[in-house]
Every structure is written in C-alpha cells, then in structure tokens.
Design a protein around this ligand. Structure first.
Ligand code: SF4
Ligand code: SF4
Length: 106
C-alpha cells in the first residue's frame, strides 16, 4: 500500500485471483485406508434429486451412467453431504487422527 488508501497499481498488478480448484490443490491429504464415508448404493438408486452432487465442494459424488459414484479420497470433511442427503444413505465419521485433509489455508 503506497499511500495508505489501498493497493496502488503495482500492487494490484501482483494480485493473483486464485480459483477454488487452485486453493483445493494446495491442501494435503493423508488418505486413511479405512473409509470414513460410506454411501448406500441401494438407497441412491431410488434417489431422483441427488442433492449430494450439488453440495459436495470437492465433487466426491459423481453421476455416471445414471448411477451415483463416490470417492472419499478428496473429501474436505465439511459434512455437507450428511446434511444434504435426506434419504439416510450416508454413513459419516471423521478419518482417524492424523489422516484426511490438512488445510494450507486454515
Ligand atoms: S442424496 Fe443421498 S440418496 Fe441421493 S444420491 Fe446422494 S447420497 Fe444417494
Ligand atoms: S464431507 Fe464434504 S467434502 Fe466430504 S464428501 Fe461430504 S460434502 Fe464432500
């Protein structure tokens, strides 16, 4: 800040807006071999709305050829899917201590 009123042109030029994907890429994961989220496929087959697809910030849920697939490896441990799924298809616990995501950006 050159004059105390905000960033000057040079500083603005150095500002580098970072995408969500870029921010997610700096997180570190120590993947637990014990799966901490289980999704009941039989319940998902009867689900029409798939709110999990739209609430998971890490895109752990995908719709492939009409079926929901889930991978826990990139999970951010936010718990959104547990709230979004109103069919009781999700069993959710935290990974064991020392495993899971390590946030670089707090
Ligand atoms: S919202 Fe629940 S039941 Fe529906 S597809 Fe997602 S996990 Fe399965
Ligand atoms: S806890 Fe969050 S990041 Fe992990 S699968 Fe559920 S919605 Fe996605």
């Amino acid at each position: 800040m050159a004059n105390g009123q905000g960033p000057d042109a040079g500083e603005r030029g150095n500002m580098n807006p970072t995408s969500v994907e870029d921010k997610l890429a700096v997180n570190k994961f120590d993947i637990d071999r014990d799966v901490h989220i289980k999704v009941n496929d039989r319940i998902c087959q009867k689900c029409q709305e798939h709110p999990c697809l739209y609430t998971c910030p890490a895109s752990c849920f995908k719709l492939m050829e009409g079926h929901i697939t889930f991978s826990y490896e990139g999970c951010l441990e936010c718990g959104s899917c547990r709230i979004a799924c109103d069919k009781g298809a999700i069993e959710w616990i935290l990974p064991r201590p020392g495993f899971g995501i390590c946030y670089e950006y707090g």
